[in-house]
Design a protein around this ligand. Structure first.
Ligand SMILES: [Zn+2]
Length: 270
């Protein structure tokens, strides 16, 4: 197929793209696929230092915007779009407003494939769960001729939607290096939610891109304290962890199907 292949990633915070899906973004960009990112917030609440040294929402948002732009260059992203919601408040956003904004970007970019968080938000983060829901709704809106977006773009039907998911192998390795994630939300303690092997529809080999991923992650300087013990690991151990990513759940596809596992997000489109 001579049509330009386009991949759109939709995430909540600067660093989600590198830590979650840096491997596929780097791989597909290196193969000439146009890769785009929509980032819902500028990560204004992601401060790991003391309260006294916190630069504040606006300044931290600017710092993290720059960090994301640097990571985007390394990953080969063609464009980054911010929705300018506030970090931590995304699940409170008006759902029609949020889905509509994403739908307008989908119509402007016209990607065949979209990737976002799964409904478990990786470890239960409400912003991650919210962006997964908004993105899934936005795909329907983008294709619906009765929805008129502010830029008057023509409707666009996305061919495939994927949720990026953590395999048990990745979760086991992650916990070994980093310990269990304990993420309190309301009165629950949430954490890493590994997907069984049989639930994973798609395994993309990203092993030759692990160094690019690590370089992109390293651009998010303000977030590195969250990686804790990982920062002290020898590179070979980091490699062993990062190459376990690239696992996805195919939510829908108009171009292929069946229970055999795929190795390419664009299978059926080439
Ligand atoms: Zn995040």
């Amino acid at each position: 197929m001579s049509k330009k292949l386009k991949l759109l990633a939709v995430f909540a915070h600067p660093d989600d793209e590198s830590m979650g899906t840096g491997g596929v973004l780097a791989k597909y960009a290196s193969e000439g696929v146009e890769t785009y990112l929509i980032c819902a917030t500028r990560g204004e609440r992601g401060w790991f230092g003391s309260d006294e040294t916190n630069p504040g929402f606006e300044r931290l948002g600017l710092i993290r915007t720059k960090e994301l732009e640097a990571a985007g260059k390394i990953l080969g992203l063609k464009e980054i779009h911010f929705l300018d919601y506030i970090d931590g408040d995304l699940d409170q956003a008006d759902h029609n407003d949020a889905a509509g904004k994403i739908a307008a970007h989908i119509r402007a970019i016209k990607p065949q494939v979209i990737i976002t968080f799964a409904h478990d938000g990786s470890y239960g983060h409400p912003d991650h769960i919210a962006i997964s829901q908004f993105t899934t709704a936005a795909i329907i809106q983008a294709a619906d001729a009765s929805f008129v977006d502010s830029s008057n773009n023509s409707p666009h039907r996305v061919s495939k939607l994927y949720y990026f998911v953590d395999s048990e192998a990745f979760a086991d390795a992650f916990i070994k290096y980093m310990g269990e994630i304990e993420f309190p939300v309301d009165d629950q303690v949430r954490g890493e939610a590994a997907w069984k092997d049989w639930m994973i529809t798609t395994r993309v080999d990203i092993s030759s891109h692990w160094k690019t991923v690590w370089d992109a992650i390293s651009c998010h300087q303000s977030q590195l304290p969250s990686l804790g013990p990982m920062l002290d690991l020898p590179e070979d151990e980091i490699r062993k962890l990062l190459i376990l990513q690239g696992t996805f759940y195919r939510v829908f596809s108009f171009v292929n199907g069946g229970r055999m596992s795929e190795t390419d997000l664009f299978e059926g489109l080439r």
